[in-house]
Design a protein around this ligand. Structure first.
Ligand SMILES: Cc1cc2nc3c(=O)[nH]c(=O)nc-3n(C[C@H](O)[C@H](O)[C@H](O)COP(=O)(O)OP(=O)(O)OC[C@H]3O[C@@H](n4cnc5c(N)ncnc54)[C@H](O)[C@@H]3O)c2cc1C
Length: 448
């Protein structure tokens, strides 16, 4: 590619779906890209979020990430956590990078909003992210400290797709246990694909006959409001009604196939603690009126051996990045820019807040085309054309001129800076024991 800005170097923080996408795009345009990943493997929520029964999807996404991180121009730096092993401020301001892209996802659970709840972590309270990570790695046993316990009658606070996965993990595993007691072998993938009632029927059994106490998901709003599918922003009443009916159908299908329960219109309000352990929650019954959530006078208790909070994931704080509440304090939410860091952009879950593979990849492409490539001047013959390519983003906010005016021109590092930067990267790679991507993959093993 005949590009005058070949000398640009970009750091990408996080090597999973969004990070690999933008890294490969920039590398294809002649930029030298350095991908810093905290874990040994770069697959992020594909390996540690998406439950392991999604075998084909996970395999496909692993291959996609591998292919993108092995493009010429991409250097992978594993086992390097920005904020711990390398300071964010230094990376952004001192290393000489033309741009830094945050693609670090959302790895912290949003805290259960009841005062004092976290005192019961491990004593009746469990958060979704460590629970799913442990489930995904359980068969391989490669994370011996990541343990999860599936108990009958779990109280799950949530309402999104991830909370349904948590409920499914419970009923799938409890069913497997009961089948094993009866000398019947099955596995999580078979049960998930065919559904619990169908597999049980094949053995002349019903879920009720197994005597399993299913988990219940307690959700603040109505079933129709569950964020299982989204309506376009400009949706009219008819479209919204269609989406709501779709959500209801989706949930009905899921509860039939996986035998868990859902209790809508329930907001967690207080802890029930006995003998120093969390043994349940008090909920307040809610009501939805004209799309607004309101509280009623009714309360009820839900008791169970464990309370699992699955109410969303938020970014882990990184020293040097200002927070606004639970989120990074972005001054521009479209392309994830931060006050005081003119060369920093953000892509994927960390800025969209959407727990979705396609959304992360699409956002990385959009930010790359419309902002980072325009900023670096590597987007094609014409910088304005790159800036205009912002499908799905509000035009009023981002005309090409505005993007370019606000971004200015990227400054490539000097030869001296490049040499020093490469030296620093090589040192980190050596410290991790990394040589090249292929032999590294053999060394650290295939993902679970
Ligand atoms: C239970 C569950 C089920 C899901 N099911 C689906 C599904 O069915 N379909 C779907 O589309 N999506 C699903 N998702 C969501 C989807 O997997 C994610 O939204 C998507 O993969 C996020 O991609 P990302 O690249 O934005 O972030 P991530 O995958 O989170 O990648 C961020 C990367 O940054 C790294 N990182 C973080 N901090 C640092 C740091 N300080 N320094 C260096 N590296 C760092 C992380 O290790 C990680 O590799 C599910 C998620 C969960 C939890």
């Amino acid at each position: 590619m005949n590009n005058p800005n070949r000398a640009h170097c970009v750091a990408v923080i996080g090597g999973a779906t969004a990070g690999a996408e933008i890294a490969s795009r920039l590398a294809d345009r002649g930029v030298s890209v350095f991908v810093f990943e905290q874990n040994k493997r770069p697959y992020g929520k594909i390996e540690d979020g998406l439950p392991r029964w999604h075998e084909a999807l996970r395999e496909k996404e692993y291959e996609t990430i591998d292919e993108k991180l092995t493009r010429p121009g991409v250097a992978f730096v594993p086992s390097t956590k920005i904020g711990r092993d390398v300071g964010f401020k230094a990376l952004a301001n001192e290393w000489g990078f033309s741009a830094v892209v945050l693609a670090n996802g959302a790895w912290r659970d949003r805290p259960l909003p009841i005062d004092g709840a976290d005192a019961y972590l491990g004593k009746g309270l469990v958060y979704q992210n460590p629970f799913v990570i442990a489930f995904n790695h359980a068969e391989r046993g490669d994370l011996p400290n990541a343990r999860y316990e599936v108990l009958p009658g779990a109280v799950i606070v949530g309402g999104g797709l991830a909370s349904i996965d948590v409920a499914k993990i419970h009923t799938l595993e409890l069913t497997l246990r009961e089948l094993a007691k009866r000398g019947i072998e099955s596995n999580v993938v078979e049960l998930e694909v065919k559904g619990i009632p169908k597999i049980l029927a094949g053995h002349g059994l019903t879920f009720e006959q197994l005597g399993i106490v299913p988990p219940t998901i307690y959700y603040r709003r109505r079933v129709e409001d569950m964020p299982l599918m989204s309506a376009p922003e400009d949706a009219d009443a008819a479209r919204i009604a269609k989406v709501e009916a779709g959500r209801k159908r989706m949930l009905e299908k899921s509860t039939e196939k996986y035998c868990f329960k859902v209790e809508p219109l329930s907001a967690p309000e207080a802890l029930i603690v006995e003998n120093g352990r969390l043994v349940g929650l008090r909920f307040r019954r809610t009501k939805m009126e004209n799309g607004r959530l309101g509280m009623t006078d009714e309360t009820f208790e839900a008791r169970g051996p464990v309370v699992i909070s699955s109410i969303g994931s938020i970014p882990e704080p990184i020293e040097g990045i200002a927070m606004k509440g639970e989120l990074f304090d972005f001054k521009d939410w479209e392309i994830g820019r931060l006050e005081g860091y003119p060369t920093v952009f953000s892509v994927g879950n960390v800025v969209t807040g959407k727990g979705n593979i396609v959304a992360s990849r699409k956002h990385a492409t959009q930010v790359s085309e419309a902002a980072v490539e325009a900023y670096l001047g590597v987007g094609g013959e014409d910088r304005s054309a790159a800036a205009e390519a912002r499908p799905g983003m509000p035009e009023a906010d981002f005309t090409a001129d505005q993007v370019l005016a606000s971004l200015g021109n990227a400054k490539p590092p000097s030869d001296e800076q490049i040499a020093k930067l490469r030296e620093r990267v090589a040192k980190l790679q050596r410290a991790a024991g990394y040589d090249d991507y292929k032999s590294w993959k053999e060394k650290v093993g295939a993902p679970c």
